[in-house]
Design a protein around this ligand. Structure first.
Ligand code: FMN
Length: 181
């Protein structure tokens, strides 16, 4: 799929068909996701793919702060990716003898965001819809999936075969977001 078509054509999907996405296809998507750039190639993003419907139900009831969009989306979800990252690596430059910048922790989320979008685009290219959730309770999610020590949960991404074709939410014009100096 052409890159620009993929960037413009991907939508957040909130209605999914009943079919489960195979593990093989999800592994292909993660295989592509590995190519996301990261701070000094630290590659700190981690993926926990949840197929257990009991846990997905628990996410709906307890882990999205009752936000109705997310509760409803999870009701027909058959797969949810928990995106986490390994703390304390991105944003550091000691090995180059350079002082770590005071906002070093932000780069951890920056890298994770790039990984997140790479995952969504790779999924779209392979026919799988996604919806990123930022309205989440990280602690409850972590309790359910039990990530290794030193990882922080950053986002949920619901995935599956789209059962809707949402319109493109209005984008700002180039002149609204671009400045030349
Ligand atoms: C960091 C982030 C958090 C988001 N959180 C939610 C969310 O909690 N629930 C939801 O339904 N959509 C969420 N979205 C999806 C946005 O609403 C969506 O990307 C935006 O409206 C543009 O629509 P599009 O993705 O179809 O282009 C989130 C997106 C991002 C990037």
């Amino acid at each position: 799929m052409e890159t620009i078509e993929s960037i413009k054509g991907r939508r957040s999907i909130r209605k999914y068909k009943d079919a489960v996405v195979s593990r093989e296809l999800m592994e292909e998507i993660i295989e592509v996701t590995r190519y996301a750039p990261s701070w000094t190639n630290t590659q700190t993003a981690r993926w926990t793919l949840v197929e257990d419907l009991g846990i997905i139900k628990k996410f709906a009831t307890d882990a999205v702060k009752g936000f109705s969009y997310n509760v409803d989306t999870l009701k027909n979800a058959k797969g949810v990716a928990v995106l986490s990252f390994v703390r304390g690596k991105s944003g550091r430059a000691e090995k180059y003898n350079v002082e770590t910048s005071e906002n070093s922790e932000r780069w951890e989320y920056f890298d994770t965001g790039i990984a997140c979008q790479t995952f969504c685009l790779a999924a779209y290219a392979k026919g799988v819809g996604t919806c990123i959730f930022g309205v989440i309770d990280e602690g409850i999610i972590a309790k359910e999936i039990n990530p290794p020590e030193g990882e922080t949960v950053a986002a949920l991404i619901v995935y599956g075969f789209a059962d809707e074709e949402p319109k493109v939410p209005r984008r700002k014009e180039v002149g609204d977001i671009l400045r030349w100096v």
